[in-house]
Design a protein around this ligand. Structure first.
Ligand code: G6P
Length: 489
């Protein structure tokens, strides 16, 4: 496609996500500094040359004054970002409450909150009302910036109401919705008081995407069992209108990690780490400090391994990077104390005057330090209790072409479907099994490691984030064209 002046036509893509890909820090009344946060979605879309992407989302800060909002909007425009301003009360009820205290645990099979958890953020009803209101606020910003022909791509559990809000305003808008978490079995989804409203709202989209075929199947069966609609191989049909439902497994920008390993600062980090852990095998965990990541269970499994294998005591170290997240939600605060307590106990039990078995850090690492850590690791432990995909496992594999370390991976992470043949798959709830797998991984022969790594490396370098984004958007375009053709017939 070309524009009238002969330039290649680039379709505009409005990416709508709760969080913008930049974090904003206020420096003065009208001055802001912005930092790009390179999550999976950001790197996926940075690499996509075919579309002209703009981001719409919350900047993660409360900006009550107009002057501050104007200045931030202007600063963000340079990064092709458009802010949605949410006040503190909405953030509390919508983000801390409905999104992260209700939907997040439910979609990861941790159940609905009991009364005591609900009481901290008022009632379920007021949280749901705030959720709907927040989604309407996102829709208002999309409508303000939408131009005919744009593709609107809504992301994640924060914005399940958005497709409905957008289509009610303009039924011609091309709307896709993608879920980055698991979609649970319909038996779990049906416990949610607002179960039907959410499903109907998502079904307003033209295309609905998930990381795995299983999540897509769960969504379709929730629509058939809870709403009584017809599920077809293509998706869900409601009074002659089809919503396409399909799996689009995300990937990473693997080249970015592979290239980084050649940078001098990364090589320097690698040298330092090798020196520090010269006589030890390095095991690594990198997770947001979230209950779905199974950090306490992982550390208990490591303790069991040490208990049963005294010869390994001074020969292995577990580096656990636990990035603080959602720190206003009480469940996350409790988890932090729980993890600290377990780590303290194990280090007290197995540590010596000069070394401890677990190095636990409550913070994030910069990209270069992270790449170096991945590169020197012998065994990575990704033992989420549930996880939509888990890109840490992909990042580890991308940085391991020299070392060919072993990945221990939860069978409940979406990544198990793609990296299962190369990883050691475990049930993260079974601490004995994880402890045994640690032994298997540490003792694995070089040939076996090479064979497993080859499989995973080939997958990670060919199923990239860029390909994921391009496939979803072109499928969305095709879906809308097909629907128009059906209506004409
Ligand atoms: C998960 C979600 C994302 C979210 C991220 C960080 O990966 O799927 O939508 O942005 O966690 O969580 P936060 O609450 O800090 O945005």
């Amino acid at each position: 496609w070309e524009t009238p002046d002969g330039k290649p036509f680039r379709q505009r893509l409005l990416v709508v996500a709760n969080r913008l890909p930049v974090s904003a820090v206020r420096r003065g009344k009208e001055s802001w500094s912005l930092e790009i946060s390179a999550g999976g979605l950001v790197s996926a879309l940075l690499g996509v040359k075919e579309f002209e992407a703009r981001w719409i989302g919350w900047a993660g800060v409360n900006v009550p004054d107009e002057a501050g909002q104007r200045a931030l909007t202007k600063a963000l425009a340079e990064k092709r970002c458009i802010p949605v301003f949410l006040d503190e009360e909405i953030v509390h009820q919508y983000y801390n409450g409905y999104c992260n205290n209700i939907l997040w645990p439910l979609f990861h099979y941790l159940g609905l909150p009991q009364e005591d958890r609900l009481a901290t953020t008022r009632s379920f009803q007021s949280q749901f009302a705030a959720y709907v209101k927040a989604n309407e606020m996102f829709a208002a910003v999309v409508n303000q910036h939408y131009q005919e022909g744009d593709v609107v791509w809504c992301h994640d559990y924060h914005l399940m109401f958005l497709p409905k809000c957008l289509k009610e305003h303009n039924s011609d808008m091309k709307v896709g919705w993608f879920l980055h978490t698991p979609f649970p079995s319909s038996e779990i989804h049906r416990t949610l008081p607002s179960r039907s409203k959410l499903l109907h709202a998502v079904l307003a989209a033209d295309l609905v995407g998930f990381h795995t075929y299983d999540y897509a199947r769960h969504f379709v069966s929730a629509c058939t069992r809870i709403l009584g609609l017809e599920g077809t191989p293509e998706g869900v049909e409601d009074q002659g209108r089809l919503t396409r439902v399909a799996a689009f497994p995300i990937g990473i920008d693997s080249d970015r990690f592979i290239r980084a390993l050649e940078f001098s600062q990364v090589r320097e980090h690698i040298r330092e780490l090798k020196e520090t852990f010269a006589d030890r095998k390095v095991m690594l965990g990198v997770d947001r400090l979230d209950m779905i990541k199974g950090i306490p269970q992982k550390i208990l499994a490591f303790e069991k391994f040490l208990e049963e294998n005294p010869t390994w005591h001074d020969k292995v170290v577990l580096l656990q990077i636990a990035v603080p997240t959602r720190t206003d939600v009480p469940e996350y605060q409790k988890l932090t104390s729980q993890v600290h307590e377990i780590v303290g106990r194990i280090n007290g039990r197995f540590g010596t005057l000069t070394a401890v078995p677990i190095h636990h850090l409550d913070r994030s690492l910069d990209f270069y330090a992270l790449c170096a850590l991945y590169a020197v690791t012998d065994v990575a432990l990704v033992t989420s209790l549930r996880d939509g995909m888990n890109l840490v496992s992909y990042e580890f594999v991308a940085c391991q072409d020299a070392k060919k370390g072993v990945l221990i991976l939860s069978e409940f992470a979406g990544a198990a479907q793609s990296l299962g043949a190369g990883a050691i798959l475990v049930n993260p709830w079974n601490i004995t099994e994880v402890a045994t797998s640690i032994g298997t991984a540490l003792n694995m022969s070089a040939e076996e490691r090479e064979k497993r790594h080859r499989h995973n490396f080939a997958h990670v370098t060919t199923h990239t984030a860029q390909e994921w984004a391009e496939t979803f958007v072109s499928e969305l375009n095709d879906t809308v064209v097909e629907a128009q053709q059906r209506t004409k017939q």
